[in-house]
Design a protein around this ligand. Structure first.
Ligand SMILES: NC(=O)C1=CN([C@@H]2O[C@H](COP(=O)(O)OP(=O)(O)OC[C@H]3O[C@@H](n4cnc5c(N)ncnc54)[C@H](O)[C@@H]3O)[C@@H](O)[C@H]2O)C=CC1
Ligand SMILES: O=C(O)C1=N[C@H](C(=O)O)C[C@H](O)C1
Length: 232
């Protein structure tokens, strides 16, 4: 498969390594100074760039008829716009706040736990995410997905950075050098805590998931999620 990398930072470089191991070819590496490039030479594009560039990159791919896998976080206010564009152009698009198999299993566990906790009185959910100090967005996209899944299954109606109000799930976003990504969901009562946690040891899981998603998306049309790719 001929892959275009949109964003050649920590993730772009890790994806390159995994893609080559899986016998793919990187035909294009686009970073912040690269504006005039022909995306049409790629079979699929993988965007791990920055929040302010994601929409432009995704639009360019969909318009050119190139399937696009986006892992960039922090731009989701325009997600519905990208979905409409994809449908209008009969394109192929996957966004996931987290592409790793481990986190996608963790998402399912989080939903199951939220369903279990929903009728139980006396427990308050809260979340913590820890990432490296270069991260531009907070809370993380993964934390937002976890919070939205809790909101779907409990009486909570929103999430809030740091201390929430009674109806919001508080999310603490911590930045510590070199941490690839740690997410904890806690239900606290006066007598005890129930906690689930995912710790990424490196970026290989995110990158492998993105390459597997790109392989899966090739020759398809439509808007998909990692749940579709993994059959969860
Ligand atoms: N969905 C997932 O599984 C994961 C998502 N991410 C997200 O991926 C994104 C990138 O993460 P990292 O690689 O760690 O960041 P990074 O900062 O190491 O790399 C981002 C790269 O994008 C480049 N860039 C800036 N403007 C651009 C443009 N217009 N077009 C293309 N590239 C441009 C930057 O120069 C930089 O090299 C972040 O939004 C992060 O939250 C990170 C890991 C996993
Ligand atoms: O910026 C990162 O590094 C990561 N970003 C994603 C997010 O915002 O959830 C996924 C992962 O946690 C690493």
């Amino acid at each position: 498969m001929k892959i275009a990398l949109l964003g050649y930072g920590k993730m772009g470089k890790t994806i390159e390594k995994i893609a080559i191991e899986r016998n793919h070819t990187i035909v294009l590496k686009v970073d912040k100074e690269d504006h005039n490039y022909d995306i049409a030479e790629a079979d699929v594009a993988i965007d791990f760039s920055i929040p302010s560039a994601a929409v432009q990159n995704i639009t360019k791919c969909i318009t050119a008829g190139v399937p696009i896998v986006s892992g960039t976080t922090g731009w989701l206010a325009q997600y519905d716009e990208m979905v409409s564009l994809c449908k209008e152009k009969n394109g192929a698009f996957i966004y996931a706040s987290n592409f790793s198999l481990g986190v996608n299993l963790f998402f399912e566990l989080n939903k199951k736990l939220a369903k279990m906790m929903s009728p139980v009185e006396g427990y308050e959910p809260s979340m913590e995410e820890i990432h490296h100090t270069e991260k531009l967005d907070a809370p993380s996209g993964t934390a937002i997905t976890l919070a939205e899944d809790i909101i779907d299954h409990t009486s909570k109606t929103s999430w809030k950075l740091d201390q929430g109000d009674k109806y919001a799930i508080p999310i603490a976003a911590k930045r510590i050098e070199n941490v690839p990504g740690t997410h904890t969901v806690t239900y606290s009562s006066i007598v005890d805590d129930i906690e689930i946690k995912h710790t990424a040891h490196n970026r290989d899981g995110f990158a492998l998931g993105a390459v597997v998603a790109a392989e899966w998306l090739q020759n398809k049309n439509g808007v998909y999620s990692m749940k579709d790719v993994l059959g969860l």
